[in-house]
Design a binder for this molecule. Structure first.
Ligand SMILES: [Zn+2]
Length: 366
């Protein structure tokens, strides 16, 4: 595949930035085709839909089913810009049917769930929510040849038994409890393997795959079980990039690769067993990991490891996401690592195990 990743700065949509991406953010874009409305959300916001290309291969793509998972949405727009401005030759091969923000209420509130506090990715069989019905109706109408299900994953995800953050994760969802290797699953596995192959030199060791337990309430599993090859894409965290702008770039490359590989039939040359060679996800990471902190309980002193996580909170006044640290767990925390780590082994400071512990620790690491 001849992919022009080196032109990323030319086609990246620069007006989309940061974690807070809403209907308003995407309405301002002028670089892409106009939207129509696929339907209304639970709180009556428009669910926008757009189409790119005029070819016979139909790919249905949706993002932000979880409202606070915006990185893949930014990546998706970058990828559309690539096909519109850099590599136009496939526009007559494919038609991309796109819902960039399936859960606009959750996006506005910066929540995973929709306005009714329902996780849309557990609503695929009951279809109790407007958003679920909109997606299912579009699927039934379009009859896509492929589905791309776009998400963000939390910063806890690591790659197998390493301390490497999982920047990108994928899944070819199961279509039944036996995890049968159906044609649809195998096709998805091949496309994911072609992404892994194309990107491995760029983010070596930072790609992983999800476990494939079947859940009929998940949208991906449902479409896979209807024999439409379906791929789950997850944008992860790396280093100090809390805006996930770096991850966005690699997710964009993954989307471009998947669409090009499908369009050119490149993926058909791949042995699907390559999929199983992609390491599985683990959850060994925390945002800040403190080793061997000396704690005094009033009765005894001991050293322990402390995992600090950030809660992402929407600040309405600035329309930005603020990171609020909290102590997630303490203890041996075997196998755990941090995106940021400090070893207190040679630090003789004694920390009281009280309500001020977090503040006192943070003073020591800033
Ligand atoms: Zn998600």
């Amino acid at each position: 595949m001849e992919l022009k990743f080196d032109k990323y700065n030319e086609f990246r949509i620069k007006s989309l930035f940061g974690r807070y991406i809403t209907n308003e953010s995407i309405l301002q874009l002028t670089e892409i085709p106009p939207y129509s409305e696929a339907g209304k959300s639970s709180n009556n916001l428009p669910i926008y839909y757009l189409k790119l290309g005029s070819g016979p291969i139909k790919i249905l793509i949706w993002s932000q089913m979880h409202g606070n998972e915006s990185t893949s949405t930014k990546a998706l727009f970058d990828a559309l810009s690539y096909f519109l401005h850099i590599d136009k030759k496939h526009l007559s091969d494919f038609t991309l049917h796109i819902i960039p923000i399936l859960n606009p209420d959750g996006a506005l509130l910066y929540t995973r769930e929709n306005f009714n506090k329902i996780d849309l990715n557990r609503d695929a069989s009951s279809l109790s929510q407007n958003e679920s019905v909109v997606l299912r109706d579009l699927y039934d109408k379009i009859k896509p040849h492929y589905c791309f299900n776009l998400h963000d994953q939390r910063s806890i995800y690591s790659v197998a038994d390493t301390n490497k953050p999982s920047v990108l994760s994928f899944l070819s969802p199961a279509s039944d409890t036996n995890k049968s290797e159906t044609n649809s699953r195998i096709t998805s596995m091949k496309v994911i393997s072609s992404i892994n192959k194309e990107l491995s030199s760029l983010i070596k060791g930072h790609m992983s795959r999800y476990k494939d337990d079947y859940n009929p309430n998940c949208v991906g599993d449902t479409f896979q079980s209807l024999n439409t090859p379906t791929l789950l894409f997850e944008s992860g965290h790396f280093d100090n990039d809390y805006n996930r702008e770096n991850t966005r770039k690699y997710m964009c490359f993954a989307l471009i690769t998947a669409i090009t590989s499908i369009t050119t039939n490149e993926y058909k040359k791949i042995d699907y067993s390559d999929y199983y060679k992609i390491p599985e996800n683990t959850t060994y990471l925390s945002d800040i990991f403190l080793r061997n902190v000396l704690i005094n309980t009033g009765i005894k002193e001991y050293r322990t490891n402390i995992s600090i996580m950030y809660k992402e909170v929407l600040d309405i006044s600035s329309n930005k996401i603020k990171l609020e640290p909290f102590i997630d767990k303490k203890g041996l925390l075997k196998n755990m690592f941090g995106h940021f780590e400090i070893d207190f082994t040679n630090n003789d400071g004694i920390f009281k195990n009280d309500d001020n512990l977090l503040n006192n620790l943070l003073k020591n690491i800033n």
